[in-house]
Design a protein around this ligand. Structure first.
Ligand code: X2X
Length: 336
């Protein structure tokens, strides 16, 4: 064989391999999905469920790879939305709290004592208000697909039982990096400190902070009682929904079939996760109590004292969220 002939064959071989690679990559498309919590928690399980359903139904043509622990944003969960908008992340199952710095409408869910129970959550997310929130997200370059749920957030601390606002006086409470939380805990007389979840656990362990607030599932799975959080108050002061979403350019690059598949599987995974999170609440509470945590439940009067103490937060934030949205949510809650 002459040198030129073997060269020609070699080049043809290379071209063939390149073609095959292109064909394969056109066939199988992998999207990155960011989450703050891993699949030890319902939140991470929601993302894994989504990935499973997509893989199954697309026959492997479209796959989702879940990156937990805010690793795609170096632990800074409040950057997740921006990273998704800019295309650094293809998709996410994220908390309304963490995305609220970029989407002010999402602060609706963080208004203290505004959404009192699960029926109220469903009335808001499933109604006109929910539609307005999805539009607000879409107008900022991200396509929202479905709701999930991190749960009602309860407050814990290492000092003593909290049953009235005065019990929070001067307590250092770790809060998420969203300004509304700063206002809520300041209004209650506490000393709030903003930090990421990654930083929260060491801060609780060393006693740099006295308390934190998170849903029962997070308290239970992360064994928050083992870092000295012996007092837990059930006050349902806010619900933390999750949203399944995809970057807009990525969305537009998908076929209509793939879009439908992604949306339907997100909705299915979301419904599955919401039901599971709610079902597990009572077992989680029992497990937490069994580990020796003192659980405080509020009387109606005690609850009202917290509502009254945080009224100023509502007044400051309702205009920032948008009065029309707050009204639509209020109407849905009243009619539930
Ligand atoms: O940081 C938190 O507290 C967490 C895990 O609940 C959220 O990401 C909102």
């Amino acid at each position: 064989m002459t040198l030129t002939r073997s060269m020609a064959r070699f080049t043809a071989g290379l071209a063939g391999a390149a073609l095959l690679c292109t064909a394969l990559s056109a066939q199988a498309r992998e999207l990155s999905v960011s989450t703050v919590l891993s699949d030890a928690f319902p939140w991470g399980q929601a993302a894994e469920k989504w990935a499973e359903l997509v893989e199954e139904r697309s026959g492997g043509e479209l796959t989702l790879r879940v990156y937990p622990n805010s690793q795609l944003v170096s632990g800074d969960q409040t950057r997740e939305f921006s990273a998704m908008r800019s295309g650094l992340i293809d998709a996410a199952v994220g908390s309304t709290i963490n995305w609220s710095p970029q989407v002010p409408e999402l602060n609706l869910f963080s208004l203290p004592f505004f959404i009192p129970d699960e029926a109220a959550v469903d009335a808001v997310t499933g109604g006109e208000a929910g539609g307005m929130i999805f539009e607000a997200i879409e107008s900022r370059g991200v396509i929202p697909l479905a709701w999930g749920e991190n749960g009602f957030r309860q407050v814990s601390n290492s000092r003593g039982p909290i049953s009235e606002p005065g019990d929070l006086d001067g307590l250092k409470i770790r809060v998420v990096g969203s300004p509304l939380f700063q206002d809520t805990f300041s209004a209650l007389g506490a000393d709030p400190t903003q930090m990421s979840w990654t930083d929260a656990q060491p801060a609780l362990t060393t006693g740099a902070v006295d308390g934190q607030e998170n849903p029962l599932s997070v308290f239970d799975v992360a064994r928050i009682d083992q870092v000295g959080q012996e007092y837990l108050t059930l006050w349902n002061y806010m619900n933390d929904p999750l949203i399944f979403a995809v970057n807009q350019q990525v969305w537009r690059s998908l076929s209509e079939e793939q879009q439908t598949l992604l949306r339907e599987t997100a909705q299915e995974a979301g419904e599955w996760e919401i039901a599971m999170t709610r079902e597990e609440e009572s077992e989680r509470l029992a497990a937490i109590q069994e580990r020796g945590v003192t659980v405080t439940e509020l009387t109606d009067e005690q609850y009202q004292a917290f509502v009254d103490a945080t009224q100023s937060v509502y007044e400051k934030w309702a205009p920032r969220i948008g009065e029309a949205l707050v009204d639509a949510a209020q109407t849905a809650i009243d009619a539930r």
